[in-house]
Design a protein around this ligand. Structure first.
Ligand code: NAD
Length: 256
């Protein structure tokens, strides 16, 4: 059994992981870590991963950026593997995760769904087949409680689109504001975030040319879409050598 320490266990994704573990074999939830949510004082719950994390555990993190950075260092110190899906990390926090990956295996993905992995590839294939003058817009929708904007997945799709065009992140335009914004500059990649209700995650890549356009869209209908991918990643890191991995490595299934 692979011992899991769920970090952010009382949250939306924490619940989804818990359900996915119940529907899978080979995993045991060793501890649930969260700060003071109802039920988090019960057996098996604690407020700090430092109280429980040990060598051979797999920490599964869907929490908050500051938690992720500290957790990565803790995993490296204790010899525990890390699967992290928390989004909205700043450069320093991302660096803390990469530093940990020198000592322990880490899978980090802004989106653990199989469908988004396929959308990423479809987007690159579509861009490769179309003239570079076609316009790219990424539009995402999420529930009203989402803490970061745009989504990590939208940023990832936009970054992939930019690199397919030989551009960098300076090509990204976040929203278009109000007023005389002028004609759309060639090469710009628009990124737009909608928030409301209970949308779990909806990403649209729109590629528009003269007289026609193409839309590639992924809708996550419930969080099991991410939870099963995160468990596949947990299985992968439990056997992997130290290193920084993405969902593509997990899907390729190769022992590292
Ligand atoms: P949520 O707010 O429902 O849950 C986060 C949990 O983390 C909460 O229970 C909160 O109490 C806990 N937490 C926050 N700070 C803490 C601290 N200092 N110590 C202990 N616990 C702490 O959020 P969610 O919808 O479950 O999403 C969590 C994160 O995962 C977000 O960054 C979200 O964008 C990301 N996410 C990633 C994927 C993916 O596939 N990679 C999918 C969905 C969500």
């Amino acid at each position: 059994m692979i011992p899991l320490v769920l970090v952010g266990a009382a949250g939306r994704m924490g619940h989804a992981i818990e359900q996915a573990v119940g529907a899978s074999t080979g995993f045991a939830i060793k501890a649930r870590v969260d700060r003071g949510a109802p039920g988090s004082g019960g057996p098996g719950w604690c407020a700090d991963a430092a109280q429980v994390l040990a060598a051979g555990d797999v920490a599964v993190d869907f929490s908050a950026p500051a938690v992720t950075a500290a957790l990565a260092a803790l995993c490296a110190g204790r010899g525990a593997a890390l699967v992290s899906g928390t989004t909205g990390l700043d450069a320093k926090e991302e660096e803390a995760v990469r530093a940990a990956a020198q000592k322990v295996p880490v899978v980090r993905a802004a989106n653990f769904s199989l469908g988004i992995a396929a959308l990423r590839r479809a987007l690159e294939a579509a861009l490769g087949a179309l003239p570079s003058a076609w316009d790219i817009e990424i539009v995402e929708r999420h529930h009203r409680g989402k803490a970061d904007s745009p989504s990590g997945t939208a940023l990832l799709l936009a970054a992939r689109a930019a690199s397919s065009r030989g551009a960098d992140e300076s090509a990204l335009r976040f929203g278009r504001g109000r007023g005389r914004t002028g004609p759309r500059p060639e090469g710009e990649i628009g990124v737009h975030a909608l928030r409301g209700g209970t949308w779990v995650g909806d990403h649209l890549a729109l590629i528009a040319g003269p007289g026609e356009w193409l839309e590639l869209r992924h809708v996550a209908q419930d969080r099991s879409a991410f939870a099963f991918g995160a468990l596949a990643a947990a299985r992968f890191v439990s056997r992997a050598r130290p290193g920084f991995y993405g969902l593509d490595d997990v899907l390729a299934g190769g022992e590292s």
